[in-house]
Design a binder for this molecule. Structure first.
Ligand code: S3P
Ligand code: PEP
Length: 430
């Protein structure tokens, strides 16, 4: 994929459905009684992996791809069937970690694996708390990585109070989902609040969830009931257009129907810190999540500090924030973001290597990076490392660079945003 310098972006677009919420709608719909009807479902490879895993466990799921509608015929908390083969999560960390919690409470044995990237990512972070709950779950490689083998149990899991060392919605959700099958309430405390889509959606479907600061608790054995779920546009996908609209000269973009849940809206806060012309219009609520239209206009940005409790609210947006920082006046410091090292790629190293190749002044740190902005970027050949967030971030960098930017392995955008390049092209003027 070759990206050329852009002179202007204009127009309106709607980004695809939120990846985190699409996964959860299929999983929790499967565990509910009756029909769950999901609209604006994300047809990305990760969410299709979730559909295929639950289909393999006997759930009838109809994916109407033309209208992005998915119908799940749920069978209740104990309605899943033993899969006939190994469950394949593809590239999706969310699928593997959330399903670990669900499978820990089943009476059948299962094995889960995924692609090369997923087999490198740490799963001990869910194995340890689930084992404390007396789940029988182990890494078949013995080093805390996939494949994972989970032995079925005829008795309840043990409810625990877990103090998570990292703010991670995948860890929190795995434990709360296992808590559905526990003998007493289960609680997770995090250092900072991570995305809360699991808590909101389970509550909506009938679970009893209690929130107290950074602790989320669940009561066992609820009767979940299927419902209609409207998936908001994914703010993590909107982030690329926010960055492009702010940085390509003479631009104005309206990104419609984007989820603005406060546990996900850190990108908007960082844009404001950087002095961006960004505003929200039409703020409204779906049944569980708030949405709005986001309007951005070209602005000269200034450097900022991104760290602390903001990090979990924008963790997947940090690659594109690093691109923005290259065009901001002054220094940007990204810290407290060591989690970036265990995503689809090591996003600190890959961003620093690629930005350096493009002429940026950027230094990796233990938990983030430091970027001296204002020197612009030069087009070159960039390796995506099969990481969708890296490919999309460098597509935006390409619009802003002198000369052409070639993205190698560009097709990995299919993971979270299959139409990304076409949507981007549709906004380029002249
Ligand atoms: O729960 C989720 O849907 C997600 C949580 C985050 O991961 P962590 O929980 O590992 O921070 C995020 O990076 C991922 O894209 C989706
Ligand atoms: C980290 C991501 O997803 P996952 O953990 O589900 O693979 C992501 O989409 O950026």
């Amino acid at each position: 994929m070759v990206i050329k310098n852009a002179k202007q972006l204009k127009g309106e677009l709607e980004v695809p459905g939120d990846k985190s919420i699409s996964h959860r709608a299929v999983m929790f719909g499967s565990l509910s009684e009756g029909i769950t009807e999901i609209t604006h479902f994300l047809q990305g490879a990760d969410c299709l992996s979730t559909i295929s895993c639950f289909s393999d466990m006997g759930i009838e799921i109809v994916n109407q791809t033309a209208s992005n509608k998915v119908i799940v015929r749920g069978k209740g908390l104990r309605g899943l069937k033993r899969p006939s083969g190994v469950l394949d999560v593809g590239n999706s960390g969310t699928t593997m970690r959330l399903m670990s919690g669900i499978l820990s409470g089943q009476s059948f044995d299962s094995v889960m694996t995924g692609d090369e990237s997923i087999q490198r990512r740490p799963m001990d972070r869910v194995i340890a708390p689930l084992s404390q709950m007396e789940a029988d779950i182990k890494s078949l490689t013995g080093d805390g990585r996939a494949p994972l083998k989970i032995r079925g149990k005829e008795t309840s899991l043990k409810g625990i109070l877990y103090e998570s060392p990292v703010a991670s919605a995948q860890i929190k959700s795995a434990i709360l989902l296992a808590g559905l099958y526990a003998d007493r309430p289960t609680s997770v405390t995090e250092p900072y609040v991570s995305r809360n889509h699991t808590e909101l959606m389970l509550k909506r479907l009938g679970a009893e969830i209690i929130i107290n600061n950074t602790t989320a608790s669940i009561l066992p054995e609820p009767k979940l009931k299927g419902d209609k779920i409207e998936v908001p546009g994914d703010i993590s996908s909107a982030a690329y257009f926010i960055a492009a609209g702010l940085l390509v000269p003479n631009s104005e973009l309206v990104i419609k129907n984007v989820g603005i849940n406060p546990t996900r809206d850190g990108i908007i806060k960082v844009c404001e810190q950087m002095g961006a012309d960004i505003s929200l219009d039409n703020i409204r609520n779906t049944d569980t999540e708030a949405i709005a239209d986001i309007i951005v206009r070209s602005t000269s940005l200034k450097g900022t500090i991104v760290g602390g409790e903001l990090i979990p609210t924008l963790i997947d947006e940090i690659p594109v924030i690093a691109v923005m920082a290259c065009f901001a006046k002054g220094t940007t410091i990204i810290k407290d973001a060591a989690e970036l090292k265990v995503k689809e790629s090591n996003r600190i190293d890959v961003m620093v290597q690629n930005l350096t190749l493009m002429g940026a002044n950027v230094t990796a740190t233990e938990d983030g990076m430091i970027i001296e902005g204002g020197n612009g970027l030069k087009g070159t050949s960039i390796e995506s490392k099969a990481d969708h967030r890296i490919a999309m971030s460098f597509a935006i960098a390409g619009l802003l660079s002198e000369g052409d930017t070639e993205i190698l392995g560009a097709e990995c955008v299919n993971i979270s945003y299959p139409n990304f390049y076409a949507d981007l092209n549709g906004l380029i003027q002249g």
